[in-house]
Write a protein that binds this ligand. Sequence first.
Ligand SMILES: *[C@@H]1O[C@H](CO)[C@@H](O)[C@H](O)[C@H]1NC(C)=O
Ligand SMILES: *[C@@H]1O[C@H](CO)[C@@H](O)[C@H](O)[C@H]1NC(C)=O
Ligand SMILES: *[C@@H]1O[C@H](CO)[C@@H](O)[C@H](O)[C@H]1NC(C)=O
Ligand SMILES: *[C@@H]1O[C@H](CO)[C@@H](O)[C@H](O)[C@H]1NC(C)=O
Length: 485
Amino acid sequence: MVHYQRYIQLKKGVTITTYVDEEDACVNMSACNKRSKPKLLIFLLFCTLLSSCLILAPHLCSTNGEDDNIKRSKTSACSSVSNGTICCDRSSIRSDVCVMKGDIRTQSSSFSVFLYTSKKHQQEKIKPYTRKWEPSTMATIDELTLIAKTPNGSITDSNRPKCDVEHDVPAVFFSTGGYTGNVYHEFNDGLIPLYITSQKYNKKVVFVILEYHDWWITKYANILTHLSDFEPIDFSGDRRTHCFKESIFGLKIHDELTVDSSLMEGSKTIKDFRDILDKGYRPRIQGLILEEQRENSAIKAVVGVEKPKLVIISRNGSRAILNEELLVKMASKIGFSVTVLKPQRTSELAKIYRELNSSDVMIGVHGAAMTHFLFMKPGSVFIQVVPLGTNWAAETYYGEPAKKLGLRYVGYEILPRESSLYDEYDSSDPVLTDPNSVNDRGWEFTKRIYLDRQKVRLNLRRFRKRLVRSYIYTMAKRNGIVRSQ
Ligand SMILES: *[C@@H]1O[C@H](CO)[C@@H](O)[C@H](O)[C@H]1NC(C)=O
Ligand SMILES: *[C@@H]1O[C@H](CO)[C@@H](O)[C@H](O)[C@H]1NC(C)=O
Ligand SMILES: *[C@@H]1O[C@H](CO)[C@@H](O)[C@H](O)[C@H]1NC(C)=O
Ligand SMILES: *[C@@H]1O[C@H](CO)[C@@H](O)[C@H](O)[C@H]1NC(C)=O
């Protein structure tokens, strides 16, 4: 798995991040072909616009830290939309969201949705994907035109297309294009925003999906059935006219892999999202357990107390742990029961969930697979091995979100000697001594040097301390000495 990240520090407190996993994002060919390479110029232009916005209208672009720039308030601009109107909230840096109420009819052949109203004529365009700040990604996303039409002639004008399917519940329109195909993006850009946007409907909502993929529906069926009681609609594959009384276009997103309870109705948190995963995967996991019991009719007697469980999320290729076997031995000696997991794009998530939900400690080297921390129980330990030059990304994408889930997070920043780059560069080379200066030269450098070529050879004496501490913590928690969150 090759993993690319890029970030541009615009000004103090304003950070634009890009997180691309080129191999994994290309699940079907159309997604690959459509995706253009990031264009630096567009990026620079965008940055210029953003920074002039900061100078000219600071009240619009809060500078109290990156979070404020990407948040929308609970009572966002479109929280009360009157019947017969379209309202678009374009204030967030991460996504636009439009709301329509009234007589809504889809027309997929023209990528349009009409609103028949006696109020004013209105037209809006929207790309319902949560990476608005990444022009190169958004260029690949299908655009919808939302048109409020006033009657021509009599109020009972019948020029409107007839409804093939009438829905009593609202619709949420979103795209599973872009970087869908990479587990980080599937959760960060898709499922969590979908939860944030739709949970208030309590499953009484229809999902209308642009760039619909059967594999995505299959992969996430367990979760989708807990977000909606209805079959999702393939917007461009289904040419019928669907009629709604209320629709949302685009998904709200709060921050990396998290749910900000202060912006949620009912103060929902990322733990509530995780509860959906637990409910979603339960039937399948129980089925697996029954199957196993049938196969091993001699039921294993549990001897003594079960050992704390440790899972290593393993990579090969870039950012692999070169001495993983020794790590496994050491962890076993400390007293852990160790499992090595190699999640693939095709791995069944219920099985990974089962493994992690029953584990006390998860270890992995920074990369998209760290998204699986979402499957760990709050109160358990997550040790992220942070290769040289990846500190910022590791903290932002996984460390901080993991803490918000209530995990006990440990960022293990490797020393130069623990990096395979140590064998390639002189010990005084900035690549080893000052990764920030290398990252400042541009993300191509970060990607080429730190992400694509670096492997890790853990200093086991140093790493052992974290493991022992995790072991002690787990045992203390079991004995009720530490209260789990
Ligand atoms: C909203 O508008 C639609 C179509 O214009 C109309 O049929 C419906 O009665 C209106 N609903 C309310 C609550 O005003
Ligand atoms: C109604 O529509 C027709 C053609 O679609 C147009 O020629 C006419 O001017 C319209 N009338 C009104 C009152 O807008
Ligand atoms: C996850 O672990 C918790 C605590 O051990 C357990 O109660 C729950 O049933 C597990 N979830 C699933 C889906 O197995
Ligand atoms: C990673 O492992 C898989 C299967 O275990 C193997 O097919 C593949 O060649 C390995 N990749 C690298 C870069 O070692």
